[in-house]
Design a protein around this ligand. Structure first.
Ligand code: BGC
Length: 428
């Protein structure tokens, strides 16, 4: 590698990522209901006060700057902002604005997600994503969000991982709203694309040009049996649907999903054409797909193909797939932001190496001409990990879930070294 390829330019952004429900605490929404219904892996687990970021935000901004971060990704909690349909909570809006102003004062550029998996409790009952009204409801919410972002120069992510929401919430029924229906999934997908478009329009009207995009969970896919044509077809069709259908709709205005027997969509949404300023990539791992002769026809597994050991949550550590993913999004011709990348490492010992190997792929992609402009580590802090509850630890900072004390893991030093020195050196 040439030296220039070992170096991040001065305008490359290093930052950290969080989401409201996972860190703030004290939120009543569809996930809180899901927990009370005993739907987590550990039926008694509760998010509750999370890691109290709502009160400890200033401490957390300091922790972020201490590792050299200059950007901080949060999400706005819709349930706080619009607890009843059509009633907006001014105190919550003001609360977010205050926090974002403080964030800026700490030298952190806000990256703001409007929707990160959670909904107000009324949403699924009154205007679920498969209903046409969902688009108008999201437009109104976005309008309020736009007003609170005035003058902040925030980068905006309308939806975090819409395909994860749809796969988990509409196809498998494992997360709220717990629907398992291929046709409704596709209707919901279409409305999410439309909602992105109207939200971006509201942001633009209020704020002028705003860098707006989505964060897409992107997996490197491989056939479980390399020689099996059905496994290979799944990789092709599944990879296209999961990784690209949404990005592609925002680029071309054509929404295409072709998963025979599972879900299909063929809708033209001309107003979605060229409706993102950047491509947001959340990359974690590789998955092997295997055809099984009964619905849903797909078996999905993580395998430790390299003997590196699965991560603690059970995912393959596969930095090579990061480069493949970044090459793959070059087709959209837009700047790329890594809006999440990270490891569940409960002892904190593997994270520096994970960072090193994954950042090396970012440099390799840049050397190939992929315009990657920023890297946000998931996550600043250990936090509430959805169905997995309190087991996983993705944080640069370890959080004692009893005392809520934050303590640096060994990756903090390493992250600071790279973010401030701009050189990718191997961890000690
Ligand atoms: C999500 C985060 C989650 C992380 C680790 C992403 O899918 O956006 O909310 O905590 O991955 O699972």
């Amino acid at each position: 590698m040439r030296t220039s390829e070992q170096t991040f330019p001065a305008d490359f952004t290093f930052g950290v990522a969080t989401s409201a429900y996972q860190v703030e605490g004290g939120i009543e929404n569809d996930w809180a209901e899901w927990e009370r219904a005993g739907r987590l892996k550990e039926p008694h687990a509760r998010c509750g006060r999370a890691v109290d970021h709502w009160n400890r935000y200033e401490e957390d901004y300091r922790l972020a700057t201490a590792v050299g971060a200059t950007a901080f990704r949060i999400s706005l909690e819709w349930a706080r902002i619009e607890p009843e349909r059509g009633r907006f909570d001014e105190a919550a809006l003001e609360g977010y604005r205050e926090r974002l102003l403080k964030m800026k004062a700490h030298g952190l550029t806000p990256v703001v997600t409007l929707h990160h998996f959670t909904h107000p409790t009324w949403f699924h009952r009154e205007t679920p994503w498969h209903s046409a009204q969902s688009v108008e409801v999201f437009r109104r919410y976005s309008r309020r969000c736009a007003a609170l972002l005035e003058g902040l120069d925030a980068r905006v992510i309308t939806f975090n991982e819409p395909m994860v929401l749809l796969l988990g919430g509409y196809l498998q029924g494992a997360i709220p709203p717990g629907i398992a229906d291929g046709a409704l999934t596709m209707k919901a997908l279409e409305n999410l694309v439309r909602s992105h478009v109207v939200a971006r329009r509201e942001l633009g009207e209020k704020l002028g040009r705003v860098e707006t995009g989505i964060s897409q969970n992107m997996l490197a896919f491989a056939p479980d049996r390399w020689w099996n044509p059905l496994d290979r077809a799944l990789v092709r069709l599944g990879g296209q649907a999961y990784n690209h259908a949404f990005h592609e709709a925002l680029s071309t205005g054509k929404l295409r999903v072709n998963m025979p027997g599972v879900a299909t969509a063929r809708v033209d949404i001309p107003e979605a054409r060229d409706s993102a300023e950047f491509v947001g990539v959340n990359y974690y791992s590789r998955a092997h797909l295997r055809f099984v002769p009964r619905p849903p026809f797909i078996e999905f597994k993580y395998r430790d193909t390299q003997g590196r050991g699965l991560t603690d949550i059970g995912w393959e550590d596969w930095p090579e797939g990061f480069l493949q993913t970044l090459r793959d999004v070059k087709r959209y011709g837009k700047p790329v932001w890594i809006t999440e990348n990270g490891i569940d490492d409960r002892t904190g010992t593997r994270r520096p190496k994970y960072l090193h190997t994954h950042l090396a792929q970012v440099l390799a992609a840049r050397a190939e001409g992929v315009d990657v402009q920023g890297y946000l580590y998931w996550s600043l802090l250990d936090n509430f990990e959805w169905l997995e509850g309190w087991g996983p630890r993705f944080g640069l900072y370890h959080v004692d879930f009893d005392t809520l004390e934050r303590k640096p893991t060994p990756a903090c030093d390493y992250f600071r070294q790279v973010a401030t020195g701009r050189k990718l050196v191997a961890p000690l």
